[in-house]
Structure formats: structure tokens, C-alpha cells
Design a protein. Structure first.
Length: 166
């Protein structure tokens, strides 16, 4: 009995649905997205530098020449003397940066051509060009803080995880 009362309304809805033309129906839009390849820079570096490679390359990157065998032996003894490799690497990098012979640009030179400094720093330490976001982020950080020096930037790159890999 309940169904008999609702049947006319149901038939009316079905008839209205068939009576609608394509113009009355809602338009459906289909959007396509072009495939974009996204590469995370530095992600392909999966070989950890040995302790000797790390010390030799850090020295070469800072001084522009190869390290002597005596200097490398002295650093290696200090490096192997402590159990905390990160701590001794930090001390060695700081000592190298404090050496007046280290090729670290002055803050004035760094800020004079910031884009070139960022490009050169990435190529020197990471052997790659910076990504757009990396370039923008480092530039914003340096421009936003007058206390940041080129030595601090070099220290950050030399002690980073990416620098430890090739």
C-alpha cells in the first residue's frame, strides 16, 4: 500500500530525468596534468667518503692544493684518537677554516656578488649547481642576517651530510 502511494512520484522523477536534454545537464570538465620529472638534488650521492677522503677533500677544497702526507697523517691520528668522529671532524674543519691560508672569501666579497658566491660554493663543496629553492633560501638567509660570514657558510657545507657523500 505504501508503495502504491509513492509509485506516481517515482514515475514522475524517472520521466523528468529522461526528458532533460544534454543542455540542461551539468557539464563535466576533464583536466589533464603534464607529467613533470622532479629530481631531488644531491639524492644520487650514495657513496660515503672514507675518513682519508673526507680530510683530503676538505683540505683541497679550502686550500686549493693537495694535502701533504705529514699533514694528512697528523689529522688522521687526531681523527682516529677519539671515538666521536663528528666531533673531531668539526674541530678539524674549524682549524682549517681558521688558517689564514684557507681560501675563504671575505664577507664583503660574499655580499658583493651573492648569486655568484652561492653558485661557486655549491660547485666547490657539493660538485653540483644549487636548486632554485636552495639558491633562494641561502640568499634570503644571508641577506636577512648581517652577522653571517662566508666562513660560517663554508663551515655549514663542510660539516653537512651531503658533503660526506659522493
Amino acid at each position: 500500500m505504501y508503495i502504491k502511494r509513492l509509485l506516481p512520484y517515482f514515475l514522475l522523477l524517472v520521466w523528468v530525468g529522461f526528458a532533460c536534454t544534454n543542455q540542461d545537464r551539468e557539464k563535466v570538465y576533464v583536466y589533464e596534468v603534464n607529467e613533470v620529472e622532479v629530481n631531488q638534488t644531491g639524492i644520487s650521492k650514495d657513496n660515503l667518503k672514507s675518513d682519508l677522503e673526507f680530510l683530503s677533500l676538505a683540505y683541497s677544497d679550502l686550500f686549493g692544493r693537495t694535502i701533504t702526507e705529514d699533514q694528512l697523517n697528523a689529522m688522521t691520528i687526531g681523527y682516529n684518537a677519539l671515538g666521536d668522529r663528528a666531533l673531531i671532524a668539526d674541530i678539524i674543519v674549524r682549524n682549517m677554516l681558521n688558517d689564514p691560508a684557507a681560501a675563504v672569501p671575505t664577507s664583503q666579497n660574499m655580499r658583493g656578488n651573492l648569486d655568484q658566491f652561492i653558485e661557486d660554493t655549491y660547485l666547490k663543496f657539493y660538485v653540483r649547481e644549487p636548486g632554485e629553492y636552495e639558491r633562494w633560501q641561502l640568499k634570503q638567509m644571508i641577506e636577512g642576517d648581517s652577522e653571517i660570514t662566508a666562513e660560517m657558510i663554508y663551515y655549514a657545507f663542510l660539516t653537512s651530510d651531503e658533503y660526506r657523500y659522493y
